[in-house]
Write a protein that binds this ligand. Structure first.
Ligand code: ADP
Ligand code: MG
Length: 734
């Protein structure tokens, strides 16, 4: 990629967390990560290698060790980016690293402890403090959205039923790049409001997951803030600048163990790896600069970060490391990743007057509401002037507004009183007929109703106007109470120090590079012996470098082999799954069904997956769903001859339906007797000579015949009624 004047590289900073208690108790070996804060270098020791083997050194824009403070990282590496966003650039900060290395700690931190608040809460503070201190001719509109990508599905975390909703789609427009069309976006007026948005999203994330850490290590979370700023330009017209900030907490970068996992877990593992490996591929392709094709479309994450990687954005990558020797491989991979990302060139530019600026829409709507209100007030004022002929002088805009509002209220009150008086007069007037009185009273009543309605409408309009206007933040107004001059100065100084440290480090790094180059030029040799010595020294240095590079090549090869093996394994698993599915299709699904399914399948290139065409008739293809066949003779349902006859006779409404049976209730419901009594009665029955049953016995008989043998059912009373009913049919038909 060619470097042009406006291009700048992705800033990469590395942070290493302290050893945790468990790691400390594991052994005295200590950490494997050393950091040179002055030079911005990370030195990695291979715990498995011999001491003679050279250590690996990587250089970054800044490094933060275990003792680093959240505030330092923010001031040095994030603050300039947020300032750019406030000036109308796009900005992205993403945290990358293995699970448990401090991505969430860096991005969010501990909200309640001011010392440990992470990048996101500090950015909230920064944005709203900046707005409160800016000039009063600036108008701001701040919006926030929160989404996560889980199993390659984009979920809106601010949507109350995001758990049930399907994944959101992505769209692309030449103006804004890739965006999510249906994403909820909340206008925030203060730090408290935006924190609330963050909380709601975090809760939604936690609710969807059984184990928060497990879930967060498998999903990518993106918090998006849009800051629009309107300001009159030198040409006198209002110009709007839109800065978009993406705050990204990525899923854990460790390789998901795939051996032995099947079904859903396999799919999930494959999809998580897909997003992160796609990110890796995009970074490689961009860093390499030679390959023309950058595979942004391979995953949702890379599509959403398209602008941040090689596009119109300023980007900071925070790579997080753990110091434990067990995770040497992962740490090395993270460092390589980060090292590659340094080479990505972005072309950030200020987004001036984009078509989709919400601020402009707000301003237009506010102007429209204001015009409407003014019109209403003017009307009521006119009416008032008709009532009492007072002249009115011009007042200041806001005062005037309040004045007019008060006047309008007075006018309504006066009008009401006047109407009330007139009503009284009509009531008291004896010369009028009762009817006439009623009519006049009704008319006055109507007039009062109209007056009230109008007042309500004005009130509603005023409320809407005020609500809309309050969403726009105006510079110069003290949103935050604690901002005073001293604090302002302190922040400026802190900013300056951070800037100075950064510059110092840059110069140190440059000096180091130049040292190597100029060493040879500076040396003049007085004797052959001296020359030999100097050259030997240089040879040794170069040899060490060669060894380093050889080791590097070996490492890269190993990594390549490893990732290839993993891909092969995934391929084998997917092939096995495919074969299994084919087996099911071939043996269990009839060919005609298969063909039907096949004919309904279409490939959606936008979403990159196969989809079913809907069975429900759509407008474009109305004939797709077959109609349900109607009854042969035109009835809704099949209907019996008997019911049809009954309908024509107009006999009973129930025969409008098809029921042919007329089941009478069994008038002698089954009795329940205790077992002992049952036995008694049985004995009685067998011993009774004349076989004349008592009432009790009859009950028992009935109950038995009712519930036991098929034969006794046919002789039950219900059957009698059925036969009587069917025998009654000819009679009814006659
Ligand atoms: P990740 O999001 O990368 O999975 P976490 O941010 O959840 O990791 O961090 C794991 C643990 O390590 C947390 O308990 C966190 O408090 C701690 N931790 C991470 N980074 C630091 C740091 N720089 N200083 C102190 N504690 C840290
Ligand atoms: Mg996390």
């Amino acid at each position: 990629m060619s470097k042009n004047k406006s291009s700048e590289s992705v800033k990469v900073v590395v942070r290493c967390r302290p050893l945790n208690r468990k790691e400390q108790s594991n052994g005295p070996s200590g950490g494997i990560v050393q950091m040179d804060l002055r030079l911005g270098q990370v030195i990695l020791r291979n715990p498995r290698a011999s001491h003679s083997e050279p250590q690996k050194t990587f250089t970054f824009d800044a490094v933060y060790d275990a003792n680093s403070k959240q505030r330092d990282l923010y001031d040095e590496s994030v603050r300039p980016l947020i300032d750019s966003v406030l000036a109308g650039f796009n900005g992205t900060i993403f945290a990358y690293g293995q699970t448990g290395t401090g991505k969430t700690y860096t991005m969010q931190g501990m909200w309640l402890d001011p010392e440990k608040r992470g990048v996101i809460p500090n950015a909230f503070d920064h944005i709203f403090t900046h707005i409160s201190r800016s000039q009063s001719d600036k108008q701001y509109l701040v919006r926030a959205s929160y989404l996560e990508i889980y199993r390659e599905e984009v979920r809106d975390l601010l949507d109350p039923n995001h758990g049930n909703a399907r994944g959101l789609e992505l769209r692309e427009s030449p103006e804004t790049g890739v965006y999510v069309p249906d994403l909820t976006s909340c206008v925030c007026k203060s730090i408290k409001e935006i924190e609330e948005v963050m909380n709601v999203g975090n809760q939604a994330r936690a609710v969807g997951a059984t184990d928060m850490n497990e879930h967060s290590s498998r999903s990518h979370a993106l918090f998006l803030i849009t800051v629009e700023c309107g300001q009159p330009g030198p040409d006198g017209r209002k110009h709007i600048r839109v800065g978009r900030l993406n705050l990204v907490d990525l899923a854990g970068s460790e390789r998901q163990a795939k051996t032995g996992v099947q079904g859903e877990r396999l799919k999930e593992a494959a999809k998580i790896n897909l997003s992160l490996s796609a990110l890796g591929n995009v970074i490689s392709a961009l860093a390499d600069g030679r390959s023309g094709h950058v595979p942004y479309r391979d995953s949702k994450l890379t599509r959403l970060l398209q602008d941040s990687l090689g596009g119109n954005a300023k980007t900071v990558m925070v790579a997080t490391l753990g110091p434990s020797p067990q995770h040497y491989d992962e740490t090395l991979t993270t460092l390589r990743y980060a090292n590659r990302a340094k080479n990505i060139q972005n072309q950030p530019r200020v987004n001036e007057d984009p078509k989709d600026a919400l601020l402009r829409e707000f301003q237009r709507e506010i102007a429209r509401l204001r015009a409407q209100l003014n019109h209403r007030k003017w009307r009521s004022q006119q009416k008032k002037e008709q009532v009492d002929d007072d002249g009115d002088e011009d007042l200041d805009c806001e005062e005037e507004e309040e004045e007019v509002e008060k006047e309008a209220e007075d006018y309504v009150k006066q009008e009401e009183q006047r109407l009330e008086r007139e009503k009284e007069a009509i009531r008291g007037d004896r010369s009028l007929l009762a009817e006439e009185k009623q009519r006049l009273l009704g008319e006055k009543e109507r007039m009062m109703g109209d007056l009230r309605k109008e007042q309500e409408a004005t009130e509603q309009l005023t409320a809407k106007y005020k609500a809309m206007e309050s969403k726009l933040l105006v510079g110069g107004k003290n949103i935050i109470d604690h901002t005073n001059e001293q604090q302002k100065m302190l922040e400026v100084k802190r900013h300056e120090i951070a800037e100075q440290t950064r510059r110092e480090r840059e110069i140190q790094q440059q000096m180091l590079v130049q040292d190597d180059e100029t060493l040879e030029l500076r040396e003049t040799f007085t004797s052959l012996q001296q020359e030999v010595e100097a050259k030997t020294k240089k040879l040794k240095k170069l040899y060490a470098k060669l060894q380093c590079i050889k080791a590097e090549i070996q490492d890269v090869n190993d990594e390549h082999v490893r990732s290839r093996q993993e891909l092969e394994q995934t391929q084998n698993e997917l092939t096995r799954e495919l074969k299994f599915k084919y087996l099911i299709i071939e043996n269990f699904i009839p060919p005609e069904e298969k063909n039907k399914i096949m004919s309904r399948m279409t490939f959606d290139t936008e979403e990159d997956q196969w989809k079913f065409q809907p069975l429900v008739p759509t407008e474009s293809k109305p004939l797709q769903m077959k109609k349900r066949p109607a009854s042969a003779v035109g009835y809704k349902r099949p209907i019996s001859q008997y019911a049809r006859v009954a309908i024509t006779m107009g006999a009973h409404t129930r025969f409008r339906a098809e029921n042919i049976m007329f089941l009478e209730l069994d008038m002698n419901p089954p009795n329940t007797n205790s077992l002992g009594r049952l036995k008694d009665t049985e004995q009685n029955q067998s011993s009774s000579a004349d076989n004349s049953p008592t009432n009790d016995i009859l009950g028992v008989h009935k109950s038995r015949s009712w519930c036991q043998s098929q034969k006794s059912i046919t002789s039950s009373s219900s059957n009698v009624s059925l036969t009587s009913c069917t025998t009654a049919l000819p009679a009814a038909a006659q």
